[in-house]
Design a protein around this ligand. Sequence first.
Ligand code: SAM
Length: 185
Amino acid sequence: MLLTVLPFPPAFALTTPEEPGLERDFRADLDVPYVPTKQETVEAMLKLAGVGPKDVVYDLGCGDGRIVVTAAKRFGARGVGVDIDPARIAEARENAKQAGVASRATFVLGDLFNADIRQATVVMLYLLPSVNQKLKPRLLAELAPGTRVVSHDFDMGADWPPQKTIHLGRDTIYLWTVPERRTAN
Ligand SMILES: C[S@@+](CC[C@H](N)C(=O)[O-])C[C@H]1O[C@@H](n2cnc3c(N)ncnc32)[C@H](O)[C@@H]1O
């Protein structure tokens, strides 16, 4: 994925009537186009967060549900995926069913900015720098201290540096842990 000018490869970033088929990834109501994370990177993200059976893994902008489905199937966790695109939620539910984890994987149709994330012990993101920035105050205010946050390709800005960064070919994944909240004196 290109990191300099365009956060997504040109095929996803530009679409014209001459490029049939790409329009579907550029709906006006999406804050981020649909680009699925490679399965190898999905597993690395879950390992980086140390996901296990006690975890509740949220994927904000879950696409076809692969992160939540893998968290349930391979790591024994429960998970919740949120996506604003009904086609993605339908796919995710079907994928969870096919993988035999439908009872541990919930998919919610809605805007990630309105999602109730307080039950998460792990939050997975594959969004955009501007979307991470917009989400950051909520992550810090609403997630329990100790909740791990993993982002594919995009960090949280200089004021919340990652505690770990891993490069996997062209992908980069980042880990943060939500700190204790500061109390006023
Ligand atoms: C880059 S894809 C990531 C998909 C998945 N998390 C993965 O890593 O494979 C971003 C997803 O965010 C969804 N999305 C975009 N804007 C959203 C919003 N405001 N609320 C919820 N989902 C949104 C898109 O439909 C798309 O499925």
